[in-house]
Design a protein. Structure first.
Length: 151
């Protein structure tokens, strides 16, 4: 069974974000192991030092195949994302998705993680990006299993 890790900076303060994530985690539990690690935001530092410290924390917690959510990443349709997950499962048993803070991620993280995906050119709050990622992972499993969830 594939392990999907999500390493993200910051926590979900609002109940509605937590509930949405919990629902997708519950749905995903029949397809994969899902682990979410929330790293502390470094708001008390300058922007560059914030990114550097958060980047160091992110790099310590990457295991398996890392994939960064980044605006400059490759945009994939849901079907392409499903195919990507299916192909990754052939060569690895663990994927770590990375979601940076509201400041983004350090250049060190961007250099380390070669595989970058984007949910579009628009900027989304990192809380929403987590929900969107979980939904797309769930949708990918549903597509790959021939479900009618994806219309």
């Amino acid at each position: 069974m594939m392990t999907i890790n999500i390493v993200c900076v910051g926590n979900l303060k609002e109940k509605f974000w937590r509930e949405a994530c919990e629902e997708y985690q519950k749905r995903l539990s029949r397809f994969c192991k899902i682990k979410i690690l929330e790293l502390q935001e470094q708001n008390n530092l300058s922007n560059q030092k914030t990114l550097q410290k958060e980047g160091e924390d992110i790099l310590k917690h990457i295991s398996g195949k890392p994939i960064l959510l980044a605006i400059e990443g490759k945009q994939l349709s849901s079907e392409e994302f499903a195919e990507k997950l299916e192909n990754e499962a052939l060569t690895c048993s663990e994927i770590t998705f990375i979601i940076g803070s509201s400041c983004g991620v350090s250049q060190e993280v961007k250099n380390y993680v070669k595989d970058k995906i984007s949910f579009g050119k628009a900027t989304f709050p990192h809380n929403l990006a987590r929900v969107m990622l979980l939904e797309q992972v769930y949708r990918a499993y549903m597509i790959n299993n021939g479900s009618t969830y994806h219309k």
